[in-house]
Design a protein around this ligand. Structure first.
Ligand SMILES: Nc1ncnc2c1ncn2[C@@H]1O[C@H](COP(=O)(O)OP(=O)(O)OP(=O)(O)O)[C@@H](O)[C@H]1O
Ligand SMILES: [Mg+2]
Length: 192
């Protein structure tokens, strides 16, 4: 199967999960991430709002906020085409829908984070493999934004968040794909 066929198949499966399975997986994701002392030690964490059936990190968001951590969300960069910016998210954030219909903090008002200095970035994904390769939705947004991971210097941990069924034996890794540090699912934390 090629990448676009794989995306279609897994995205369909993801969207068809029952509410019950979604909720139980969201609780599982929280308990998986809580087992990682590196993740829990971070003070500035980028999450995402669940879309297209993605495993939902909302409980993780609430948990981090209760611990006094700062949560950031990806926002389509209005000037740098194909790039994301990370903006602080709190219950008072002014939100708007981007061109994909995904809710994001308003670029004009929130506090911007330099992605290099985030502790962790949690990335949604369509599929992952046992080597930490990630298949996203196909826009290349995270790959472009996280290109600095190839350079020396400070870097965040990149944690792919997914359901167990999104694991495939092997994914084609493209030259521009940024490999993940770890994958957190409802059942396990895998480091690469
Ligand atoms: N660093 C980059 N510089 C230029 N183009 C890039 C870069 N990274 C990705 N792209 C372009 O983006 C397109 C989509 O990339 P890819 O198929 O890896 O998306 P994805 O990882 O599934 O998406 P996303 O990162 O948004 O979840 C590619 O065809 C590639 O040309
Ligand atoms: Mg990619």
């Amino acid at each position: 199967m090629n990448k676009s066929e794989l995306r279609k198949l897994i995205r369909n499966k993801r969207r068809n999960l029952s509410l019950r399975r979604r909720q139980s997986a969201a609780r599982g994701l929280l308990s998986t991430l809580r087992q990682s002392s590196q993740f829990m030690a971070g003070k500035r964490v980028a999450l995402y709002l669940s879309n297209d059936g993605e495993i939902d990190p909302q409980l993780v968001c609430d948990d981090l906020e209760q611990r006094g951590k700062q949560v950031f969300l990806p926002v389509l960069h209005p000037l740098r085409k194909g790039h994301l910016s990370f903006i602080r998210y709190t219950r008072n954030s002014r939100m708007k829908r981007n061109r994909y219909g995904i809710s994001e903090p308003d670029f004009r008002f929130g506090q911007h984070a330099n992605a290099r200095y985030l502790s962790s970035v949690c990335l949604p994904l369509v599929a992952f493999d046992q080597r930490g390769n990630r298949l996203g939705m196909g826009g290349g947004y995270y790959d472009r934004t996280l290109e600095f991971m190839h350079q020396p210097g400070h870097k965040p941990a990149l944690i792919g968040c997914a359901y167990e069924f999104q694991q495939l034996p092997q994914l084609p890794a493209e030259a521009w794909d940024i490999p993940l540090t770890a994958i957190a699912t409802e059942a396990a934390f895998r480091r690469f």
